[in-house]
Design a protein around this ligand. Structure first.
Ligand code: AMP
Length: 464
């Protein structure tokens, strides 16, 4: 089948071909006619299958065919909710590419940055709003966004919305949509909560299943190294220097871990940058741009930050740490092997991650082929779980963790006597207060009653 057979308008066909797409992917073939016909769709598609164009192309066509009448304001007619800022921006960029030359105006709304630019864009008028739920709800409450004219509502990556605790916001936003609208819900996995949400939001939907739930893309060559935690850094640096590694996305379980991997790679002479939730939006975008343009070969990311990121021609994904949830494995490795290309997914597993490995292999119905390295696993007893360290919460202008703020409790001056308070804090000792003679005379005796004996209070008559 060709794109021409999907009844897309000539400008869209031209844009799609300029983007380098020759034939529609299976999800596009199945979804585009349904969206054009105004049907609700429940799409179960893994990442990298061309899902964005599957909903964006027919939406752009519908909007372009019915532009606002002259003199009428441009109102929001399509709303797309996504879990992460990066995904929102990526969908926005796709709308710009697919809708080039057409009177369709998208805008993007997400948190972590000032709201003014987004508010200004809304005032200028947008037909399509691509938003993360938290900021959108915020702007709705401030009166900047009205959804009364929305015709098509898209919920992308619904399973991740659930994981990230957005489902409450999604329901509140959906409740503000007009009664009559089309809903398209996409999710790579279908846990029961997503199915329930789908039942509540969709009206007689057509189901589009492109691949069985939690299957991994066949074009990805997967393998596993059993390696001690302390040796992962050596193995990673060694594998990254192989000539077939054009660029690599490395997944770390924690934000601190991601920063540490970057430092270790830099020490080994490999340029790398990190993207995670403790970085400012600007720092995240800068790292992503550096990686996409090839300026930096290695991007180290946490799951949430990397969700939905589309990097054309990503050659390798490394699971430096095994994911805590097995589904994340499918999402992670789905960053490579996209749109008909091949890719490599290499996982590291230490003794403490055996349980996670078993869960992944159970989910994908596959035994990951083991590979040997110069750093075989020697530690075979799991380590004791460590107590969690408090994490720094503030960021500086570069998006790095700022040093902890100094305590506001005044510190004693040098050479002054100190006392330790009941709260355990050290304070300057106060000099004893002076008493006048009369006070000194009437003062209660200094000696304290012996411990254990009840204290008797006696009302003494004045001057008496
Ligand atoms: P998505 O699943 O929407 O994130 O798309 C994954 C990648 O596939 C993106 O880089 C798209 O540009 C690309 N893509 C989407 N549709 C096609 C197509 N029909 N042919 C080739 N590449 C495509």
């Amino acid at each position: 089948m060709t794109f021409e057979a999907l009844n897309l308008m000539p400008v869209i066909l031209k844009n799609v071909h300029s983007a380098g797409y020759d034939t529609p992917t299976p999800i596009q073939r199945a979804t585009i006619p349904l969206v054009m016909a105004g049907k609700d769709v429940l799409g179960c598609a893994q990442t990298g299958t061309g899902k964005t164009a599957a909903f964006a192309l027919p939406m752009i066509q519908n909007l372009a065919k019915h532009p606002p009448r002259p003199g009428m304001p441009r109102v929001i007619r399509s709303l797309i909710l996504t879990p992460t800022r990066e995904l929102a921006l990526q969908i926005y960029e796709n709308f710009m590419i697919y809708g080039k030359g057409l009177p369709v105006y998208p805008t993007v709304i997400y948190g972590g940055v000032g709201q003014q630019q987004q508010v200004d864009a809304l005032h200028r008028g947008a037909d399509v709003v691509i938003a993360c739920p938290g900021r959108l709800w915020d702007l709705m409450n401030q009166g900047y966004v009205r959804l009364d004219w929305v015709q098509t509502f898209v919920l992308d990556e619904a399973d991740r919305m659930l994981d990230m605790g957005f489902i409450h916001d999604v329901r509140r936003i959906a409740a503000k949509l007009p009664e009559k609208h089309q809903t398209l819900l996409f999710s790579a996995t279908m846990p029961p909560e997503v199915e329930k949400l789908a039942m509540d939001l969709l009206d007689h939907p057509e189901t589009v299943k492109v691949d069985p739930v939690s299957s991994t893309v066949k074009a990805i060559d997967q393998c596993l190294y059993m390696v001690d935690k302390a040796n992962k850094k050596h193995l990673l640096a060694h594998l990254l220097s192989a000539p077939d590694v054009e660029n690599a996305l490395v997944f770390s379980r924690t934000k601190h871990g991601a920063d540490r991997i970057v430092r270790e790679l830099k020490r080994a002479g490999i340029d790398a940058c990190a993207i995670h939730g403790d970085k400012s939006q600007n720092a995240r975008q800068a790292a992503l741009t550096k990686f996409k343009t090839g300026e930096c070969k290695v991007l180290v990311a946490t799951d949430i930050a990397a969700r939905g990121i589309d990097i054309a021609g990503l050659s390798h994904v490394f699971n430096y740490d095994m994911p805590m949830e097995p589904e994340a494995y499918v999402h992670r490795i789905g960053r490579t092997g996209r749109a008909g290309r091949t890719g490599n997914a290499i996982s590291f597993c230490c003794i403490d991650e055996i349980k996670q490995l078993e869960q992944v292999e159970k989910l994908i119905h596959q035994h990951l082929p083991r590979r040997e390295s110069d750093w075989p696993m020697l530690i075979t007893t799991p380590s004791e779980p460590k107590p969690r360290q408090p994490r720094p919460s503030k960021l500086n202008a570069q998006g790095e963790a700022a040093p902890q703020r100094k305590s506001r409790v005044p510190q004693p001056r040098k050479g002054q006597p100190v006392v330790i308070g009941k709260d355990g804090k050290v304070r300057e000792a106060q000099p004893p207060k002076r008493q006048n003679q009369a006070q000194a005379k009437n003062a209660a005796p200094q000696s304290r009653p012996p411990i254990g004996r009840p204290v008797q209070r006696v009302n003494k008559r004045r001057n008496g």
